[in-house]
Design a protein around this ligand. Structure first.
Ligand code: AMP
Ligand code: FES
Ligand code: ZN
Length: 317
């Protein structure tokens, strides 16, 4: 197989694009897809201060690497969730990566806010993956706002976006269909959120990391059941294998021709008010969801402390 651009021997075949590239031309293709994704959806400019949320996985590390390479003003943000067996490895990978490439990095440990994920899991009733998602998004936004970043970027890829779109479509969920996309504009108390990898697949980010020797973690969260999205991703991969190019067609078609029909159904933020504890915008009457979880964690800790003291007192009698 020959590279479509330079005719040297190809090392990467991309069926969705019906093409193959040598190493150099693939890296240029990858860069061009990010640039096109930024331009097409007006995600940000060179004047923005961009906070890139990096988990330690291939997608977000590839994103931070390439945005820096393209000359954007970027800083990494890692949230240490204190999950045994995965958080330490992720944090080390992120720290090594940023040190190696001289990239600025902010690390925030949720345990410093009484929100270590195992403790949250023991204290709240809702499924831990959803609670964890809320906590991560809260800190992405908080760090961005507190430290005056103008944009928060995540490493969501075309695969993530198409799976989400299919899930939203299967439920015909108008409020999600009205807001899904690579750009969520800034709104009172919320920073602008972007997904610059929306034109690239996980296979392409994995190839990019492999070719550049970017070490990344693929430790699976022990709590993740990952059920519905994994099923949808498998389904879409099967579709792509027989009908190459369907994923990007489906997603891009939605952005251009589907989403505008849902515009009037976007949820309004009119009834948001500041959380009485932390000031974060919330639709609750008093505390935001994260402060509420922290209250439950602290209450449980208080109970545990009381139990321990009672046992000790009983022993002393
Ligand atoms: P996931 O929901 O795990 O697929 O992650 C989606 C995106 O969220 C990643 O590409 C990162 O940009 C971001 N992200 C996930 N976990 C973390 C974390 N612990 N710290 C910082 N960013 C994260
Ligand atoms: Fe948050 Fe698994 S990564 S619960
Ligand atoms: Zn709060």
């Amino acid at each position: 197989m020959k590279c479509r651009i330079c005719k040297k021997t190809a090392c990467v075949g991309l069926r969705s694009h019906n093409t193959a590239f040598c190493e150099d031309c693939f890296l240029q293709f990858f860069q061009r897809q990010i640039e096109r994704g930024i331009e097409k959806e007006h995600l940000f400019t060179k004047d923005d201060r961009i906070l890139v949320a990096i988990s330690g996985g291939k997608d977000s590390l590839a994103l931070l690497y390439e945005l820096n390479h393209l000359g954007y003003n970027v800083t990494g943000l890692h949230i240490d969730l204190a999950i045994q067996g995965s958080s330490d490895t992720a944090r080390e990978a992120v720290e090594r990566f940023c040190q190696k490439h001289a990239l600025p990095l902010i690390v925030l440990a949720t345990s410093d806010y009484d929100l270590a994920i195992p403790t949250v899991k023991a204290s709240v009733r809702r499924p831990i993956c959803s609670a964890c998602g809320t906590i991560k998004r809260y800190f992405f936004n908080k760090v961005a706002i507190d430290q005056h970043f103008t944009v928060l970027a995540t490493g969501h890829t075309l695969d993530d976006e198409v799976a989400r779109l299919l899930s939203n479509t299967l439920r015909w969920d108008p409020s999600y269909l009205a807001t899904q996309g690579p750009l969520l504009p800034a709104e009172n108390g919320f920073v602008r959120k972007v997904k610059p990898l929306w034109r690239l697949s996980e296979y392409e980010t994995a190839t990019f990391c492999f070719l550049l020797g970017i070490e990344n973690t693929h430790t699976v969260c022990p709590y993740s059941q990952g059920a519905s999205f994994t099923v949808l991703k498998k389904l879409l991969n099967n579709l792509e294998a027989t009908m190459p190019g369907r994923k990007i067609d489906f997603y891009q078609g939605f952005l251009e021709r589907g989403k505008p029909h849902f515009r009037t159904m976007a949820p309004t933020n009119a009834n948001l008010r500041p959380c009485i504890q932390c000031g974060y915008p919330t639709s609750n009457d008093d505390m935001c969801g994260v402060c509420h979880m922290r209250t439950l964690v602290r209450a449980r800790k208080g109970e545990a402390h009381k139990d321990k003291t009672e046992v000790e007192e009983e022993k002393g009698e």
